[in-house]
Design a protein around this ligand. Structure first.
Ligand code: FPP
Length: 228
């Protein structure tokens, strides 16, 4: 296999922010913003095969999102159920391998069961869609460090080997939509040398064309990894 093209990211992660504001601007319920957010996810996943990206990681539900109103949490969980059910055949047809990061075994039993089934059915896929569910980066690092210690060696390599993302390519590009400039407990370790792009677009408006634009911007960055 040839060396990866440094101008082309293998692994892109997105903090999908702005569903609520998208809905508010249109005087629509927040739930509709999330619904349109799922449609943006669907279009992006469909476009993956044209991008050369090996892995797309999406922040769908953080461990802090439980603090939202019960109704909104229920809406998000129901959207997840619907999304997996409706899009699983498309994942399989399009060679997409699903991966879940975070403490997802703590979700409702029916969702855990659906996800386990979806993971098994997509295991042979070529491109990875990693979805962060009940995910918090500090917790992920603590879990990885504990496992590294139990295995007898705490080094940066041994911790990295126990992260939820251990089997994914190194993170190249982190995108956050909606104009907020923070990481919100997402992939803190993995961001050590990732490029970052903060765009004003609200998540439901983020299209495959926006992703292509982000990839163009990435191609113009000079990555030095601390060297000169
Ligand atoms: C942030 O918008 C978005 C979320 C908390 C959830 C992201 C979820 C989706 C896009 C849908 C579910 C995903 C999948 C993969 C099925 P916000 O509500 O914080 O927006 P705001 O900051 O404008 O209020």
């Amino acid at each position: 296999m040839s060396d990866p093209d440094p101008n082309h990211p293998r692994h892109v992660a997105i903090i999908m922010d702005g569903n609520g504001r998208w809905a508010k601007r249109r005087h629509l319920p927040r739930a509709l913003g999330h619904q349109r957010g799922v449609e943006a996810v669907r279009e992006l996943v469909r476009s993956l095969k044209d991008t050369g990206i090996e892995c797309l990681t999406l922040y769908a539900f953080s461990s802090e999102n439980w603090k939202r109103d019960e109704e909104e949490v229920d809406d998000l969980m129901n959207l997840m159920r619907k999304f997996i059910k409706s899009d699983l055949p498309e994942f399989i047809a399009n060679d997409v391998k699903l991966k879940i990061i975070g403490d997802w075994q703590g979700l409702a039993p029916d969702i855990v069961e659906m996800l386990e089934d979806a993971l098994a059915q997509t295991a042979k896929g070529g491109r990875t869609l990693a979805v962060a569910l009940n995910y918090g980066s500090l917790n992920e690092i603590a879990r990885a460090a504990a496992r590294a210690a139990a295995a007898g060696e705490v080094t940066t390599d041994s911790i990295a080997a126990h992260l939820d993302t251990a089997d994914l390519p190194p993170l190249d590009l982190l995108i956050r939509t909606s104009g907020e400039v923070r990481l919100s407990n997402f992939l803190l370790w993995q961001c050590a040398y990732a490029e970052m792009l903060f765009v004003d677009t609200l998540w439901p408006d983020f299209s495959p064309a926006h992703l292509r634009d982000a990839l163009d911007q990435f191609a113009n960055r000079e990555r030095r990894y601390g060297g000169r």
